[in-house]
Write a protein that binds this ligand. Sequence first.
Ligand code: GAL
Length: 376
Amino acid sequence: MMKKKLLSLALAAMMTLSLAACGGGATSTPAASSTPVASSGAAASTGVKVGVSMPTQSLQRWNQDGSNMEAELKAAGYEVDLQYAGDNDIPTQVNQLENMITGGCKVLVVAAIDGGSLTEVLKTAKDANIPVISYDRLIMNSDAVSYYATFDNYKVGQFQGNYIKDALDLDNQAGPFNIELVTGAPDDNNVNFFFGGAMDVLQPYIDSGKLVVPSGQTSKAQCATPNWSTEESQKRMENLITSNGYGPSATKLDAVLCSNDSTANGVTNALLGAGYTADNMPIVTGQDCDKPSVKNMLAGTQSMSIFKDTRTLASQVVEMVDCILQGKEVPVNDTKTYDNGTGVIPSFLCDPVICTQDNYKELLIDSGYYAEADLA
Ligand code: GAL
């Protein structure tokens, strides 16, 4: 315990040091970051082009990620080539990356659709000495990836699992409770951490029989949702409802673990369609604090979400870009967890926070992430 504490203190000290070492100032709040990066940062960035490749515009968060990155990079003096790969279209993402490489980008920031499909195109980046930052999702099987910036994905899964554990009071109630499990795209490495983190909490209760998964679908493959699609998760939940006879006055369903908001929305739609209301809704978890999900939380049809402030991640990545281009030490706080098949990628993990009806005001409104009117 003591050892762990010392380790984390040492880590914190290291972080502060490495931040000081680079000191671009880009970790400041979004309002402040509209000022160009101070010191040598401004000079190093002038006219330098950075490629930002995002997976889709069909989910709110990636639009925010893209526009935050673009705004912060521009404010720091960079030119930005921001591309969205259609609606999760892998060949489009590969093409866009090729164009960024030939088009003179000096650093690539990439949120991969399929973590395993960029190996070839990123060889070209490596040959051209263009460093690659893996954004939010780890790019697998490529030694071209220099750094990874994300949220603590395992913690996200643990938060979701623990939320269900606490809400059902699994340690004190007799149960058994019925649960179904929904996770995201099987080709997104984050799923291993979200689903794995949640199952590390829930599995012991499944093993003891206090939690029952009536469908029997407990593997990642069985619980996956292609492209994190709301329609797909709705279809699967509708099938689960039919085949297990769930309903407000039929077989009881106590909880649905959902790895993010887009899948939670599909599940909530299916449950509402089966006659559930805010008064008898099973516990439904989520992640991202997308507007539709926050509205569902306020209406009582989704229990929680995870707030991952995309402004923080964007600031962190701009800081990484600055440090790389200035040849300075890049701030990282995890050098153990994320092995992409070619070795561990030095990572910076931002902190996710649980969001519920009780704290959404403070997290989302007071911080300026949303206006109250966005959630009306
Ligand atoms: C994950 C990401 C989540 C969620 C999901 C669907 O990789 O970490 O925040 O947005 O993709 O896009």
